[in-house]
Design a protein around this ligand. Structure first.
Ligand SMILES: NC(=O)c1ccc[n+]([C@@H]2O[C@H](COP(=O)([O-])OP(=O)(O)OC[C@H]3O[C@@H](n4cnc5c(N)ncnc54)[C@H](O)[C@@H]3O)[C@@H](O)[C@H]2O)c1
Length: 430
């Protein structure tokens, strides 16, 4: 079996996750190179490659100045850097695994799709939910016909209040202009799953949403810009940054230069870091402008309707699929209420079927086994003859990005967006 050679641009939280998983699948993958400005992160990746010939570079320009080094380039830098790296990697002859979102504006995303098509290259998008046992089971049930014809779907994603504050207020994705709208940054996963499950094209989108909570008007009286400057609300505030040294330590591995779980940073070091770090800021005094709640209504072919709610103020994902023969419910609420992951209830009698998805890698919380599922599948996906047959190809992923950008356009303009016209108006010029 010929191993797939992997190189990676950006060895932050996601890049290290994929390379860490690939390093445990040495029968499939050989990690040959990476580009990353942080010396600690690059060293970490070099160590886990177990490859004496591993080549490290300081940034994307340096790695692209080399001849082609690998079969697949993993692109795991921040959102705004993806497009340039994708286009350069395609021109250099790489196939690509790119983190979602593919890019921060629709024109550029379509440009990547067209470039991949022109060059006959493969671009797989990290829509990891497609690789979870939970959504695979839902897809299998939908395709079995047990639900009959699908009339409508409701989905929701509860980001979680502290997660929202960490990533979408203080963190990388708080400012729309520096990253992307909330639905693109966080929920393009959910829009992708929805498109996959219903298996037809979206026609129209309308959306409402707002940044209701994480803004100045909700700041405790006298709260300074940083907690470390002494906030009168003290530990009573659920977002007090000093929680990173206690109850919220689990967020540190995502942002600490290289988190060593065998040798966790002492509390004093965390507090010192908070004095300078964006994560030490008061959540009510940040520069964030992405929404903390949004609802999207969608009309698909055959007049199938769907709605999706993203909210900071819940945890986990839920799905309801209403079919002419039966209704499927699954996700966090069903699990809490019944212990099962999925329940199907007939429209005509009391018949009910329930399903538990393998708890080792299944479920619906977090990535629910999607990260290992994706890395596991990468080898076979890259071996497919037709790039369009890949599970989460750039070709299928454009649709969910299209809906996400259309929803943002609707939220801001107050108009219902016709998807075909929106697509046409976002076609790249060249
Ligand atoms: N698939 C998912 O579920 C999922 C989850 C979280 C984040 N993401 C996406 O993954 C991407 C990465 O997120 P992250 O949390 O790992 O971010 P991160 O900030 O932890 O990692 C990005 C890395 O890129 C490096 N970098 C910066 N400039 C560079 C350059 N010129 N060349 C090479 N490397 C450079 C940074 O030093 C950093 O280590 C983002 O696009 C994000 O939206 C996807």
């Amino acid at each position: 079996m010929k191993k797939l050679k992997l190189a990676c641009i950006g060895c932050g939280s996601r890049g290290r996750t994929y390379l860490g998983l690939a390093s445990k699948m040495a029968q499939y993958y050989e990690i040959v190179a990476a580009a990353e400005p942080s010396k600690e992160r690059l060293e970490h990746v070099k160590n886990l490659s177990h490859n004496p010939d591993f080549q490290g570079f300081e940034n994307d320009d340096e790695i692209f100045a080399q001849p082609k080094l690998a079969d697949v380039m993993i692109i795991a830098t921040q959102d705004s850097m993806h497009i340039k790296s994708c286009l350069t990697a395609l021109e250099k002859g790489y196939d690509i695994l790119v983190e979602k979102p593919i890019g921060t504006n629709l024109k550029d995303i379509i440009k990547v799709e067209k470039c991949a098509e022109k060059l006959g290259r493969k671009v797989l998008v990290c829509h990891v939910l497609r690789y979870t046992p939970f959504y695979r089971k839902v897809k299998e049930l939908v395709e079995s016909g047990v639900l009959g014809d699908i009339a409508s779907v409701n989905m929701s994603e509860g980001v979680g209040a502290f997660h929202q504050s960490h990533s979408y207020v203080r963190g990388h994705w708080g400012v729309k202009e520096k990253s992307s709208p909330m639905l693109i940054a966080k929920s393009c996963h959910d829009l992708d799953i929805l498109c996959w499950l219903v298996g037809r094209s979206c026609k129209e989108v309308s959306s409402f949403g707002d940044l209701m909570h994480f803004n100045k008007k909700n700041a405790p009286e006298g709260a300074p810009a940083r907690y470390t400057d002494g906030c009168p609300a003290g530990i009573e505030c659920p977002y007090n940054a000093t929680r990173y040294a206690s109850s919220e330590r689990s967020w540190l591995p995502h942002v600490w230069p290289v988190y060593d779980e065998n040798n966790p940073a002492p509390d004093e070091d965390v507090i010192e870091w908070l004095k300078e770090s964006p994560w030490g800021r008061c959540v009510y005094h940040c520069d964030n402008n992405v929404v903390d709640h949004q609802v999207v209504n969608m009309l698909f072919e055959d007049n199938l309707t769907a709605s999706f709610t993203m909210t900071a103020f819940d945890h986990g994902r839920n799905i309801e699929i209403f079919g002419t023969k039966a209704c499927l419910r699954g996700g966090e609420l069903i699990k809490q209420a019944t212990g099962s992951d999925i329940i199907i209830k007939s429209q005509f009698d009391s018949e009910e079927s329930s399903y538990v998805v393998d708890p080792m890698v299944g479920g619906y919380g977090g990535h629910g086994g999607g990260d290992p599922g994706l890395v596991n599948a990468l080898y076979d996906e890259m071996g497919k003859d037709d790039p369009k047959d890949m599970y989460s190809s750039v070709h299928v992923s454009v649709q969910s990005h299209l809906i996400g950008f259309a929803a943002e356009e609707s939220r801001v303009s107050g108009n219902t967006i016709d998807i075909e016209s929106f697509y046409q108006s976002n076609l790249p010029n060249d």
